[in-house]
Design a binder for this molecule. Sequence first.
Ligand code: PRT
Ligand code: ZN
Length: 301
Amino acid sequence: MNRIAPTRDRLRIAIQKSGRLGTPARELLERLGLRFQESRDRLFCHGESEPIDLLLVRDDDIPGLIAQGVCDLGVVGRNVLAEFTAVAKGDAATPVEWQPLGFGSCRLSLAVPEELSYDGPESLSGLRIATSYPALLADWLRGRGVEAEIVTLSGSVEIAPRLGQAELICDLVSSGGTLRANQLREVDVILRSEAVLAAPSAELPGARGELARQLRARLAAALGQRNSRLLMLNARRSQLAELLPLLPDGEPPSVMALDGDGDGVAIKALCRDAVSWQQLERMKQAGASQLLVLPLEQMLP
Ligand code: PRT
Ligand code: ZN
């Protein structure tokens, strides 16, 4: 079932109002050239630079808002999207992950009190596991043929064993400090997570579809170029066979003839990572001159 409203022209992106992902999501969108007016209710921000608006909401609401067509895209933890997907069980309107965003990384893990032994999923049989991710945990247990009881809690999962609500927990972990503070030991990872761009499974119609595709391309370029450098150097054509294998990993280089300089060429190469002094020195020994390494500001392939 496609519940996407056909009449809206402006693209709407949902991000977390506060919490861990709100600020980095906002910064990422600004890096993509989007500017927003601050709104008084801090719920809806009108886009100034493009017909793209922001909706500031609780992270848990983002997949549902996309599924209902209220929002077109969302920045949300993979853990939240995956739980929604596990609950929705194949509903065609379930949003999909378009792109991992490289921040908000964490993992959904099983953790047991220090004194409880863990010898793989089978040892969970008959135990109670407290979690805020019951559908993901149920799928994981089912996939391993383990029957355990899932105790669903909306918060403070880490104190459940001490309160006698469960024998162990399944919760998000990043540094592991919270587990240690509660004398819990991480024993198995259920899902590796980070912030992702979520989108409807069906193509967005009209102008919104076009805007979403454009934004996706900008995003891929911005994420792909984070460490990229532009390397420029001059050489003689006769030195290319020795020089080209020394260029760092990246796109195939362009080689251009230098006007009025016999077999002189200029080489331009897009490198995936920083270029070391040692690499530059080897290229120089192979005949290169005028070596320049520049950071990339923007790029559209
Ligand atoms: O109000 P709203 O519902 O929007 O926010 P929220 O409180 O539900 O979410 P929030 O802001 O805490 O987290 C948003 C998203 O950030 C999560 O869905 C994850 O995708 C991601 N994320 C990354 C984390 C963590 N790291 C994390 N460490 N979410 C939660 N935690 C918790 C963890 O469970 C533990 O209790 O933070 C605590 C500290 O973790 P340690 O291991 O560093 O001690
Ligand atoms: Zn939440």
